[in-house]
Each structure stands twice: as C-alpha cells, then as structure tokens.
Write a protein that binds this ligand. Structure first.
Ligand code: APR
Ligand code: PHB
Length: 389
C-alpha cells in the first residue's frame, strides 16, 4: 500500500490530523492498535480551547460540539471555605467549551468514516523504517497478515506508550520529566453537577476538582496517594472525601450517586525533543504529557496537529520544506508554555507530601494574590483559554 502520510495512532491527534489532511486533498492511513470501541471507552478531560474548536470547525466535525458543548466563561477556585472566580471572557474575550474528549474522538471517527478515510484497527507490531531517509515505510500486521505502507511522511500520534518516539535514536532524543507524588482518583456519576462551572479546590486534605459532561453526568476528582487503587475507594468514601475538600456551601448541595466509572491516573510532566526526525513527526502525547490540572493534554496535541497539517499542506502545494523544517521548534515553543502552566497550576492547587509550613504559606499567598490581582487573573485566564498558535 502507498499513501502520502502514514499516521500511527487513532486517538484525537491522529484522527484530527487525518481529517484535516483529507480536507486539503492529502491522503493518509491511520494505524490503530486497539478497536474503535476500546478507544472510545477512554475517559479523558473535557475542556476545549478556542484553537481546538476552530480546528474541529475546519475539519468539518464540530456540529455536535456546538450543539451540545457548554460554553464556560470562567472557573471557580477554592481554598478551604474561600472561593473566587476567574473570568476568562472578561480577561481574554474568549471562553472555553466543556465537551467530553470521548465525544471529540467519536465525532472525528464519524467524519473519517463519512469521508471514506482509511483506518486500520487492531494492528500489531508497527515498525517505522527509514524515517531518516527520503522513502520511509511502515510494517505491521493485522490478524496475523503482514502488511507494509510506503509513504512520504510518518506522523507519530501513538501516545506516550507508542513506538514512534522510540524510533528516534537515543543519541538524538532529549527527554525531560517530572513525576508528581500523587495521583487523581476520578469518578463519573449520573448526577447533576454541583455547580455550572468547574471548581478547582485546594484543601488541607488535598486537591479536588468538580467538573461535568452534561446536566446529568458529573466528573469529579480527588488527589490520592500513588499507592491507592480504585477498589480501595467505595463510592461513599469518595463522596465523603470530596465534600471535605470543597467549600461547605458547595458540599451541602452536592448530589451523590453510584459511580459509573472509577479510575486513578498518575500525574507527570514530560517532553521529548526534537519532535521531528527526518520524515517522522511526533504529535500529542507521543511527544509530551502534562498533569491534567490545566486540561492541556488534548489542547496541546491540537496545536501540534495545526503546525504539522499546515507544514505538510505547504510541502505538497508548493514543495517548500520551510514548514516541516520549523515544525519541531514551533510546536515545542507552545508545548513548553503549556507544560509551564500545567506545572504551575498543579503546584498551586495540590498538597505535596514534602511541603514545609513555609511552602504552605507561599501557596496560600499565591492563591490570595491570584484572587486579588487583575494581572495575575489575566495571566491565568490567557493560559487556560489557550495561548495563540
Ligand atoms: N500502534 C498503533 N497504535 C498505537 C500504538 C502502536 N504501537 N501505540 C499506541 N497506539 C494508539 C493508542 O491505542 C491510542 O489510541 O495510539 C493512540 C494514541 O492516542 P492518545 O494516547 O489519546 O494520544 P493523542 O491522540 O496524542 O491524544 C492526546 O488525548 O488521550 C488524550 O491524554 C491524552 O489529552 C491527551 C490527548
Ligand atoms: C474533566 O472534566 O475531566 C477535566 C476538566 C478540567 C481539568 C481536568 C479534567 O483540568
């Protein structure tokens, strides 16, 4: 088989890139290790930056997003029983849209299928060959049948545990990582959200987040120990702990119910450089990971896709290498800003095992400063709604 761009990974990055390339007349093939149902079973963050919404509009798959997504003009931040609001629209002129990442992925699959896009599921043994040459190719198997795709370029959209990043020689790659000393225990419940905006809560017992998917589907998280397992937490214990971490006024109106999903995610900051090696380009979680605090995972994958899609379009339309040659530097410039914001917001909102009394005083002073200073709120809002591409 031959195509222009072989895309490894059928998550949001790979699907969005494939759909945008298609809209520009550039063929691609998506190779996905799992089944479509498995990919759609993943529960991920649900806050979309303006840039991602614009890309989904350009990809022609944002109708449901606009019909069902929730426009959020701000967020609430609490510490103990204190709570204040940061108004995104007041400070930046831009809101965010709350819409489950699963739904974004579902819409992307629907668009690819409607366009007759080539997606191969349950592929195994993907190997990227000659990425540093001028005629790369990918080998893999499907249900035991060996296959090969000859292509001009390979897009590594296969997430943190994929093969693409590993294809770049260690002598070329530089990796940066910070592992956080806690995880997030998250649940989904078919209950009305406690509030119509998100509540990020810093409490003496640890971080909590109150989010939502729709008016009867809530998403809640509490900071937990890395040694915890989901089965260690009954629903009753989760609700009791959540109530102790959010302001009393919110806790009183919290509607509890059975969890329909319960999982623990570790938190890590990670970046690999460069994001390009020859004809191989890394996008999304294949190249970088953020703690979910700032909801930057999907949104930073989106800016990678934006840069790569335009670079490949320029190459096929004009023969220019300028875009592909500058891809890694341009993508990393925005990646590092997202990493910084995600690290800063995580540092502000979580309790760390080794925090001293002074450290705690600094954390509260930071929260008080954010509460009282317009410039601080504007800076936070600009990062949260998404820095320019
Ligand atoms: N071969 C083929 N597919 C693979 C391989 C492989 N060797 N390894 C991983 N994959 C697939 C995974 O099954 C997954 O569906 O690549 C896809 C990668 O998708 P994500 O991990 O979702 O990463 P990405 O598309 O970059 O999305 C980034 O979405 O999933 C969230 O937390 C993530 O918010 C971030 C954003
Ligand atoms: C979510 O709704 O899952 C969510 C929202 C905001 C975050 C993280 C997760 O920062």
């Amino acid at each position: 088989m031959k195509t222009s761009v072989a895309i490894i990974g059928g998550g949001p990055s790979g699907l969005l890139l494939s759909q945008l390339l298609h809209r520009r007349g550039i063929p691609s093939v998506v190779l996905e290790r799992k089944s479509k149902d498995y990919v759609l079973s993943r529960i991920r963050a649900g806050v979309l930056e303006r840039g991602l919404v614009d890309l989904l509009d350009e990809a022609g798959c944002a109708d449901r997003l606009h019909a069902e997504g929730y426009v959020h003009h701000g967020t609430l931040i609490s510490y103990g029983d204190e709570m204040f609001r940061v108004d995104f629209t007041e400070h930046t002129g831009t809101p965010v849209i709350v819409y489950g990442q699963t739904e974004v992925t579902r819409d992307l699959y629907a668009a690819r299928e409607a366009a007759g896009g080539q997606i191969e599921y349950e592929v195994e043994g993907v190997v990227i060959h000659d990425a540093d040459g001028t005629a790369p190719y990918v080998t893999y198997s499907v249900h035991g049948e060996e296959r090969r795709i000859d292509c001009d370029f390979v897009a590594g959209c296969d997430g943190f545990h994929g093969v693409s990043r590993q294809t770049i020689p260690l002598s070329v790659r530089r990796e940066y990582e910070k592992v956080y000393p806690f995880g997030w225990l998250g649940i989904l419940s078919e209950t009305p959200p406690v509030c119509d905006e998100l509540i990020y809560a810093n409490s003496e017992r640890g971080f909590a987040l109150c989010s939502m998917r729709n008016e009867n589907l809530s998403r809640y998280y509490i900071q937990c120990s890395l040694s915890d397992k989901p089965e260690d937490w009954t629903d009753a214990a989760f609700w009791q702990e959540l109530k102790r971490r959010i302001p009393a006024e919110q806790a009183e109106k919290l509607v509890t119910g059975p969890s329909i999903e319960k999982s623990i995610a570790p938190l890590r900051s990670f970046v690999t450089e460069p994001m390009r090696w020859g004809r191989l380009f890394l996008c999304g979680d294949a190249a970088h990971i953020v703690p979910p605090t700032g909801a930057k995972g999907l949104n930073t994958a989106a800016s990678d896709v934006h840069y790569l899609y335009h670079a490949l379009g320029e190459f096929y339309e004009t023969g220019s290498h300028a875009g592909i040659d500058s891809y890694s530097a341009r993508a990393l410039a925005r990646v590092w800003k997202a990493e910084r914001f995600s690290w800063w917001f995580s540092s502000l909102m979580h309790r760390y095992p080794d925090q001293s009394a002074f450290d705690l005083k600094m954390q509260i002073a930071d929260l008080e400063f954010l509460r009282s200073n317009v410039a601080a709120q504007k800076a936070m809002a600009e990062n949260y709604v998404g820095l320019p591409y």
